[in-house]
Design a protein around this ligand. Structure first.
Ligand code: AMP
Length: 121
């Protein structure tokens, strides 16, 4: 727990979030400023600053994050159409909250993904 970390505060119940999953090691909640129709953050309870700080002993956390993300994508109905999984790493990678998290971005209509604009699908 880092006192000034917003994600630690959410995990400890000191700040609100719209949870979609709460497990022993991992939680997931909706992004407060979504960049996609479905935008959910998968977050380990353990405070790890970024991917750079992930240690071998925490490999199980990464595995749980990925399998949880896959399951949430299915529950949100975006698994078949497709989705993105993104880790922003440190400032240069666009990281803003320094508590490891995995973005699930999806829910675009087929062919409406911003990257595919104008391309035949
Ligand atoms: P990143 O740029 O990878 O660090 O992404 C951090 C994400 O956390 C951003 O998409 C923010 O919109 C989101 N975020 C920040 N504060 C909150 C919050 N209190 N509840 C939910 N999402 C948040």
């Amino acid at each position: 727990m880092e006192g000034d970390c917003i994600f630690c505060r959410i995990i400890n119940g000191e700040a609100k979030a719209d949870f979609v999953y709460q497990g022993e090691n991992i939680v997931a909640f909706r992004d407060i400023k979504p960049s996609a129709p479905v935008h959910i953050l998968v977050v380990p309870k353990k405070h790890i600053r970024s991917m750079n700080d992930l240690e071998e002993q925490d490999a199980f956390i990464l595995k749980e994050m990925l399998f949880t993300a896959k399951e949430i994508a299915r529950e949100q109905g975006t698994d078949q159409a497709g989705y993105k999984l993104v880790f922003n790493v440190e400032r240069g990678g666009g990281q803003y909250v320094f508590h490891l998290h995995l973005h699930i971005l999806g829910g675009w209509e087929l062919g409406k993904h911003p990257r595919l604009a104008g391309m035949p699908v």
